[in-house]
Ligand binder design. Structure first.
Ligand code: HEM
Length: 161
């Protein structure tokens, strides 16, 4: 049962809302390091975001594998049909092409940052690589959120008239 959309599940709603929080917090954390040079604050916020994101991915997988048949929930969408390729599948494919690489890049960026920077963190030998991959991770996460919201709306909000 969804509390936000006509269809879906509680967990899908939680993920939808979590991403609404993650993107602005992520941009704020980048601003803190870029403009205000608050390296330790950036580290703490990024580690917290990593925990929130891992929890979200885990909760989503448990829900989709064991509790919610998303295709059944999407059946009333005008963009979905059971027997052929449809716009909901396209939206899901675009979303996954952001989400899967972003998850891998995210884990690698965090692990390398924790190992590569001093404690407390400050610019150093790892900076150039971290900035490059950090920016790719930010673009990937923003794309994951936006394409996820589009998929959510098409599958669980839009309704056949
Ligand atoms: C996936 C998580 C992370 C992302 C997406 C990320 C993203 C970024 C980005 C985009 C920048 C460059 C900002 C600019 O344009 O100047 C940056 C800088 C920095 N980050 Fe991260 N970061 C993450 C995790 C971490 C962690 C865990 C640490 C500490 C252990 C850290 C330490 C730093 C430091 C010290 C800088 C400044 C580098 C410099 O200016 O030379 N970051 N981060």
């Amino acid at each position: 049962m969804s509390f936000l959309a006509p269809r879906g599940s509680l967990m899908l709603d939680v993920i939808f809302l979590a991403m609404l929080l993650v993107v602005p917090v992520l941009l704020w954390s980048i601003w803190q390091v870029r403009v205000r040079q608050k390296f330790s604050l950036h580290r703490q916020v990024q580690l917290l975001l990593a925990v929130v994101l891992m929890g979200t991915v885990l909760a989503f997988e448990i829900d989709i594998q064991f509790f919610t048949d998303w295709k059944e929930e999407a059946a009333a969408s005008p963009y979905y049909c059971d027997d052929s390729w449809n716009a909901v599948w396209t939206a899901l494919s675009v979303h996954l092409s952001f989400a899967v690489p972003t998850l891998v890049i995210w884990i690698v960026v965090v692990l390398r940052a924790v190992r590569g920077f001093e404690k407390p963190p400050s610019p150093g030998k790892h900076s150039a690589s971290h900035k490059r991959w950090g920016r790719i991770a930010v673009v990937g996460m923003t794309g994951t959120a936006v394409t996820g919201w589009i998929f959510y709306w098409m599958a669980f909000v839009a309704t056949k008239s």
